[in-house]
Design a binder for this molecule. Structure first.
Ligand code: FPP
Length: 241
């Protein structure tokens, strides 16, 4: 049985919906991609802050399965930014002992980007510091559907008994199978929705919806949210003790 806890140690796994890049750029009379570039700089700062804040896992939502509906210019610009980020940051991430993983469906991504993603995962395989997971072409429903397909294939091939399909076996088929569930989910930019992010995994996460646009989100504000979290009682459906 899961006991209620007051998690004074702070969240081990923080997931972030980095929203507001477009508005941030528009407010400055610049194209949306300018905001995404500013957002990428923020990613660097927040990753660097994690070890001091006791955050062992950071998962960030970079591109959703729904983001393909944006203009071709924005989509191409974002893909190019991801390639650039991986190429430019790989060495620094290794030096900071960051283990990088990607989640999401890689099938629709261009081969060059997938090659860089694979390479960075390999390069950081032995890193034992923080775990950075970047969600690209990720959707929670899509992930559950892909997981269910693989699970059904295992049942059909008699590798899995349907009697053994439960809350412990199903997550083994999710993209996040090696990660703990998020303790805290943060969404920037004033929107109070989860937009198909880590639907299964966040069933008992604590949420923070803040007004700050992602390119303005600072390590100090991050620390403040982590401090708030430490004061919350997580009951997991049980009663207060
Ligand atoms: C949402 O803001 C943000 C995105 C869809 C892209 C997130 C990407 C980054 C932060 C860039 C860098 C990431 C990495 C991993 C290098 P929005 O465009 O929906 O903003 P809006 O709601 O103000 O329009």
């Amino acid at each position: 049985m899961v006991k209620p806890i007051r998690d004074t140690d702070g969240p081990r796994h923080v997931a972030v919906i980095m929203d507001g890049n477009g508005r941030w750029a528009t407010q400055r009379g610049r194209p949306r991609l300018f905001g995404h570039h500013a957002g990428a700089k923020r990613v660097r700062e927040i990753v660097q802050a994690c070890p001091d804040l006791g955050v062992k896992y950071l998962t960030i939502f970079a591109f959703s399965t729904e983001n393909w509906k944006r203009t071709q210019t924005e989509v191409a610009g974002l893909m190019s930014l991801f390639r650039r980020y991986i190429t430019m940051e790989a060495r620094a991430l290794c030096d900071q002992n960051v283990r990088v993983r990607f989640i999401g469906d890689r099938v629709r991504l261009d081969k060059k980007l997938v090659g860089l993603m694979d390479e960075l995962e390999q390069m950081t395989r032995g890193c034992t510091g923080i775990n950075l997971t970047i969600a690209i072409n990720y959707g929670g429903r899509d992930e559950v559907a892909r997981a269910t397909k693989r699970l059904a294939q295992d049942v059909a091939a008699q590798r899995l008994d349907p009697e053994n399909v439960n809350e412990e076996t199903l997550p083994k088929y999710l993209d996040t199978y090696v990660l703990p569930d998020p303790d805290l989910v943060i969404r920037t930019s004033g929107e109070a929705r989860i937009s198909n992010f880590l639907l299964w995994q966040s069933a008992y996460a604590e949420y923070e919806f803040i007004d700050t646009l992602w390119p303005d989100f600072s390590a100090e504000e991050f620390q403040g949210l982590i401090n708030n979290y430490a004061g919350r009682e997580r009951r997991f459906g049980a009663v207060s003790v």
